[in-house]
Design a protein around this ligand. Structure first.
Ligand code: IMP
Length: 420
């Protein structure tokens, strides 16, 4: 076991990463987010209470864990403050436990407005409407407001004025909507920063010190491999690199790339928003998965599209992330299915093709069927107690993908986890 572990989603997000990070956090000194923003929604049940975290790492519930938000994250201070408030109301103290990179690019309410206006047009891709795309565009176009810009008011005013002008040009000429008032944008930003300023600092140096002293670090990925801006189903993707390899950039701590990599996959597949989804089900079986799996977005509440497990996609993700282990979540959702399928091949016009096919939206999945185990997995506490049919299903996945399944989640609660 290496000194650090990267945990990534291997599908289109919503694989149940929050619960797994929460489980691993017990064994780590630090947990760090390295990409994405408050488009993520990591659900954790703690003593029957449900928490949904969007920005703050899921390790926050343990007193011994220091939580970090690296500079690869696009930061909405507004959303951060709401989350802090929610946690503090439940008695969870954050001061001294949470550190955010002062080099993070900020996501402002104007980014969310632009995202919403774009999504209301006909070329919608079904974003979370939170401003992630516009905020990452600003970062790449070198016009972001960085958290540390708020330490210098003259610099801030200069940069913020140009940013507001830039968006007002778009908003008036493309969207025919009300322009932003510079004074409002400025005031809102400064007020929220002042409330959060104590959490900003240097993440890279702190991670390095923890590591040098022998501390271990858990990197918490958000979204999923198939939403990666380079390797996902472009343009139906998010705007960040979600792969394990982006951890070095997003944390600023290059040794993080020499970590073990745990990939999380649901026992079936879901997707929110538009874009190709080869194993999507448009029948009662799909509705049954959605109902039993409570497949509604943690961030937006949107119903998720559901389908069988896609092993072609999972093998692609395993390679891209160089997975060292696999965790299968929500296996219990399949408890009452007579037949369970997995996709092992794609075909277009009777020819085999890969996940990278330009015709992904047209591929026909080729399935392998398994007899369902038809009983509740709730009481299973270890791998030996799982029904043989469930083991057969899991071992097929493992052989096909070529990565060992080390963890299986068989229910929503913290303790519903089987180690192998
Ligand atoms: P954006 O990240 O809000 O720009 O959305 C782009 C695409 O990524 C949309 O299809 C979203 O539904 C999807 N997406 C973004 N974040 C998540 C997530 O945490 N889980 C699942 N899908 C997500």
């Amino acid at each position: 076991m290496k000194q650090s572990l990267i945990l990534v989603g291997t599908q289109w997000g919503d694989e149940g990463k929050g619960k797994i990070v929460d489980f691993y956090s017990k064994k780590f000194e630090a947990v760090c987010r390295f990409q994405g923003g408050h488009n993520a929604g990591h659900t954790i049940y703690k003593e029957d209470e449900k928490f949904v975290l969007h920005l703050i790492p899921s390790g926050i519930f343990y007193d011994h864990v220091s939580c970090f938000i690296g500079q690869g994250v696009i930061l909405s201070i507004e959303s951060l403050l709401e989350e802090i408030k929610q946690l503090e109301e439940k008695g969870i103290e954050l001061e001294g436990k949470l550190r955010i990179s002062r080099y993070c690019s900020l996501l402002l309410p104007l980014h969310a407005k632009i995202d919403q206006l774009r999504e209301d047009n006909k070329n919608s891709i079904g974003t979370t409407r939170r401003g992630i795309g516009p905020a990452y565009e600003d970062k790449t176009a070198r016009r972001s407001i960085k958290a540390f810009d708020l330490e210098d008011n003259d610099l801030l005013e200069h940069k913020l004025r140009s940013l507001v002008e830039y968006y007002n040009f778009q908003i008036q000429n493309i969207h025919d909507a009300e322009p932003f008032r510079y004074e409002d944008v400025y005031k809102e930003l400064v007020d929220s920063y002042n409330q959060a300023s104590k959490y900003f600092g240097d993440v890279t140096d702190t991670l390095e010190s923890i590591y040098e002293e022998g501390g271990n670090i858990l990197y918490e990925g958000a979204q999923g491999t198939l939403l990666d801006v380079d390797y996902g189903t472009y343009p139906y993707v998010t705007s960040s690199n979600t792969l394990a390899t982006s951890v070095g950039i997003g944390s600023g701590f290059p040794r993080s790339i020499y970590s073990d990599v745990l990939g999380i996959a649901k026992a079936y597949t879901t997707r929110v928003g538009a874009g190709p989804f080869p194993t999507e089900l448009f029948c009662e079986e799909g509705e049954k998965i959605a109902k039993l799996g409570h497949e509604f977005g943690a961030t937006t509440g949107r119903p998720r599209r559901c389908g069988w497990l896609d092993l072609v996609a999972l093998r692609y993700s395993a390679k891209l992330n160089n997975l060292t282990e696999l965790c299968i979540t929500k296996l219990d959702v399949l408890d009452s299915f007579e037949q369970i399928k997995v996709c092992t091949e794609y075909e277009v016009d009777n020819k085999k093709t890969s996940f990278k096919s330009r015709l992904l939206h047209k591929v026909k999945p080729v399935y392998k069927s398994f007899e369902g185990w038809n009983c509740s997995l709730e009481e299973c506490k270890n791998y030996a107690e799982l029904p043989d049919k469930a083991k057969e299903f899991l071992e097929f996945i493992e052989d096909f993908v070529g990565v060992k399944i080390s963890l299986i989640s068989n229910g929503p609660n913290r303790e519903d986890l089987i180690h192998r």
